[in-house]
Ligand binder design. Structure first.
Ligand code: ADP
Ligand code: MG
Length: 815
């Protein structure tokens, strides 16, 4: 329906290229590798299995002794890094272009599925596909500033045909009221009730991953779930909108990373209860997975039995279809496991027959579309109105006018038309074209557009010409200015320094110390100067870029004054003192009056706290606050002064202009090429110079003050937080935690292993810091990439420790 001449081609759905499911085998490293039985092809893409006659009898029933499996790659003794590069990298990369991707690990328990998918969370180097995929996604987002890309994640566990949200423990999720269900809609399949979490950075995403992993482990203890009997699906959802608002298309994609339950055939005989139930469910779901896959591989099949079990149903739009699909089969390399290895490889080779047809998931942003259409409509209406008026004024009503009108082109301009208009505008500006014909509204708008384009190009040209000749200094870059002044190369008010108000008050580069009447050519503007010196070929400028290496970049804060340093010091001292842990078992505690039966209301207790144990921190808090207020007041006064100076500068400038025009009217005097000005004008010039100096000093002060205010504000916030935290601890200790328990918790008391002393419960931040610094030493060889990973790890652990401690305390209290 829509015309989209300049539509972004990248976004057009590419269909029709069928692709095989990529299958890989990863062999778990072992010292006891069955060299006799397992052989790899030279190309690392095939694996041959040979069963010796004697072992065969007990293992398989048929007569076959040799099998050969062709795959897309055999990973033997491969690092996690190589596995990721081989198996996942392309799938993840393509997800950012809108292709769904699924990577599954299949194999018997212990063969390395979880190691491959998640890896170890303790060691960055051994992290698996999940964290690496997250890293790649965020890295690629950084490389695409043209798009606003959001990332969400969810973590689902399927155990005995029930769905569990591995991220439901997050505080903002809350326990779900109804059980989760799999829902299908035209957009695809989604799991109702499964929490999906927006993450804007790597570290948050890692935290979610670790949260899920922790929950997986906890659940295996508390719910007696065998984690190797469940399927886990970590999903990364990507949504990319162009930052060009007129582009109403956007893309979505999912990356499903699936850690399947152990594929070993579980003997039903003899097992009962839970084990039997597990065995039944796993055998069923994996065989349904296989059925679905076989059906997918058969192009003639219309119906794919996705809904037979939760696993295939949940993955309905991620198995085959329009996805990039990868199956990684984890096997043991030992002879004892050969039967299961064979069965896993057979699964892989069946999977290899499946073809998919990857396609981009492209959607339309309805809101943007409406806005664009509205714009288009408004433009067309205006266009029509113009034509109506032109035609009614030019022609009498006749049938020919109507016929002509149909020739009007309402299409948006294409690149050639725009280039033509650009050339017209240039010629018009040069004077080689007298006028630009008006054709229609769109063309008029484009003419204006091109005026702007040409103008800004010319500005840039002028600027770069200037830069070639002069060193331009940011007018707020006082360090650079003073460097130039120190070098004695330019006057305090020289052009090159720039004016505080941005208006060139051109006094040339002659120092002010020059006597009145000796000023020469001092009234030239900067532009005039430039053009005149530019005209003189080879004339050297007073301050050339070569002589002075003064940065032209944005303003930097100059080093603070001596006084500033002193101020800084006092603040820093205060900061440290406010951070130092307060003695939690000070003698005051021992003297505490007997505990009341009902705790006092918090506001009352808070007042007490501030006078008692919190007095020191409260004092620091108040002191910092008063410093902050004082600085704010000073900043406001300085601002007022700056405004006053600015006003005075304006008045002086006006007076100077008046003097100048007067002088010009009366005829200028020149003496040996020097301009002569009268005393009044000279005094005004001096005054203005003085005002500018004041202005700069004040401005510098204001900037220093602002930095200080920001810093103080931070301190005040920190103190406030500290005060409240300490209060909470004190309140709990004083009125809730039993005294005998407090004794046990004190240093030297009978602290249970794994418990955090009560004074430290709330100050986990410091523990984290310690742990983090320790970790940093470990991870330094791994480079800064690992910081987010470890940060997230520490935070997740901390949270769980804290919860554990709190639960312990509550239980102790109840007893
Ligand atoms: P699965 O999830 O398939 O049951 P795991 O991933 O839990 O198996 O692996 C079982 C054990 O073997 C774990 O201790 C794991 O760290 C280790 N392991 C598996 N694969 C490898 C490998 N390629 N390199 C080193 N250790 C491995
Ligand atoms: Mg596992």
């Amino acid at each position: 329906m829509m015309r989209r001449k300049n539509g972004n081609k990248r976004y057009f759905t590419r269909m029709g290229t069928r692709k095989k499911v990529h299958t890989f085998v990863r062999v778990k490293p072992t010292d006891d590798f069955a060299h006799e039985m397992i052989k790899y092809g030279d190309d690392n893409k095939s694996i041959d299995i040979h069963l010796k006659k004697d072992t065969r009898r007990g293992v398989v029933n048929n007569q076959q002794t040799d099998w050969s499996f062709k795959l897309d790659g055999v990973l033997h003794n491969a690092s996690q890094d190589l596995v990721y590069e081989t198996v996942a990298k392309d799938v993840v990369a393509q997800a950012l272009d809108g292709y769904n991707g699924t990577i599954m690990c299949y194999g018997q328990t212990g063969a390395g599925k979880t190691y491959t998918m998640t890896g170890t969370t303790e060691n960055y180097k051994h992290r698996g596909i999940l964290p690496r995929a997250l890293q790649q996604v965020f890295r690629m987002i950084e490389e695409r500033p043209t798009h606003a890309i959001t990332v969400r994640v969810s973590y689902l566990e399927i155990y005995n045909e029930s769905l569990f949200d591995l991220l439901s423990t997050l505080p903002y999720v809350g326990p779900s009221v109804t059980p989760m269900t799999i829902v299908e809609n035209p957009q695809g399949v989604f799991i109702k009730g499964l929490s999906v979490h927006l993450t804007s950075q790597e570290e948050d995403a890692f935290s979610l991953l670790f949260e899920g992993e922790t929950n997986r482990i906890i659940a295996s203890h508390t719910m007696n779930k065998n984690s190797s009997r469940s399927h886990c699906i970590f999903t990364i959802y990507v949504e990319a909108h162009s930052r060009t608002l007129s582009d109403e298309k956007y893309i979505t994609s999912k990356i499903n990373l699936v850690d399947l339950a152990g594929s070993e055939r579980l003997g039903k005989s003899g097992s009962e209860g839970r084990v039997l139930k597990e065995a039944t469910y796993i055998n069923k779901s994996l065989s349904f997975l296989e059925q679905a896959i076989i059906a997918l591989g058969d192009q003639k099949r219309e119906h794919i039995p996705f809904r037979q079990c939760k696993l295939t149903h949940a993955l309905k739009d991620s198995l085959g279809g329009n996805c990039n699909m990868v199956l990684l089969t984890n096997i043991y390399g030992e002879a004892a496991q050969l039967e299961e290895t064979l069965s896993s490889l057979r699964f892989a080779s069946r999977m290899k027959l499946v073809t998919t047809e990857p396609a981009i998931n492209e959607k339309y942003d309805a809101e943007r579309m409406v806005k664009n259409l509205e714009k288009e409509l408004a433009l067309l209406k205006q266009e029509l109105a113009i034509h109506d008026s032109i035609w009614s004024s030019l022609t009498c009503s006749s049938s020919s006018s109507k016929a002509n009108r149909t020739l009007v082109n309402y299409d948006p301009m294409d690149e050639i038309q725009i280039a033509e208009i650009n050339s017209q505008v240039r010629r018009y500006l040069e004077g080689t074209l007298d006028e630009i014909d008006i054709i229609n509204l769109r063309q008029i708008q484009e003419v204006f557009n091109q005026f702007r384009v040409v103008l800004s190009q010319q500005e840039q040209e002028v600027e770069s010409a200037l830069r070639r000749k002069y060193t331009l200094i940011d007018k707020n870059d006082f360090a650079a200015i003073s460097a130039v002044q120190k070098a004695g190369l330019v006057d305090v008010d020289g052009h090159l320094v720039g004016e505080p108000d941005g208006q060139g008050f051109g006094l040339g580069v002659t120092p002010f110390s020059a006597k009145p009447g000796k000023k020469s050519k001092s009234k030239k503007t900067f532009k005039e100067q430039f053009s005149s010196s530019a005209r003189k070929e080879g004339a050297s400028s007073p301050v050339s870029g070569k002589e002075l290496d003064v940065s032209t970049s944005k303003t930097q804060l100059t080093p603070s004054s001596k006084e500033g340093d002193v101020k800084d010091m006092t603040i820093r001292e205060r900061e440290t003192s406010s951070i130092e842990p307060l003695p939690s078992d000070s003698p005051k505690e021992e003297l505490r009056p007997p505990r009341p039966s009902t705790p006092p209301p918090k506001p009352v207790a808070f007042e007490d706290f501030k006078n008692e144990r919190g007095s020191e921190i409260n004092r620091i808090f108040k002191e910092n606050k008063s410093i902050l207020n004082e600085r704010r007041k000073r900043a406001s006064e300085t601002t007022q002064r700056i405004n006053a100076i600015k006003r005075e500068m304006d008045v002086t400038k006006e007076a100077l202009n008046f003097q100048k025009s007067l002088r010009e009217k009366q005829g200028e005097y020149e003496n040996k090429g020097l301009m002569i000005i009268d005393e009044e004008e000279f005094l005004l010039i001096l005054k203005l110079k003085d005002l500018k100096k004041q202005y700069r000093t004040e401005y510098q002060d204001l900037r220093d003050l602002r930095a200080e205010i920001q810093y103080c504000q931070h301190l005040v916030d920190q103190c406030r937080h500290r005060l409240l935290t300490e209060f909470d601890i004190w309140y709990n200790e004083s009125f809730f935690i039993p005294e005998d328990l407090q004794v046990a918790l004190k240093p030297g008391g009978s602290i249970r292993p794994g418990m955090v002393p009560v004074s430290r419960i709330m100050s986990l931040g410091e523990d984290a810091q310690d742990k983090f610094s320790q970790l940093q030493q470990v991870l330094l060889p791994e480079g800064p990439d690992s910081v987010a990973f470890y940060n997230a790890k520490v935070k997740t652990e901390q949270k769980h420790n804290y919860l554990k401690t709190m639960m312990g305390l509550q239980q102790a209290h109840r007893k």
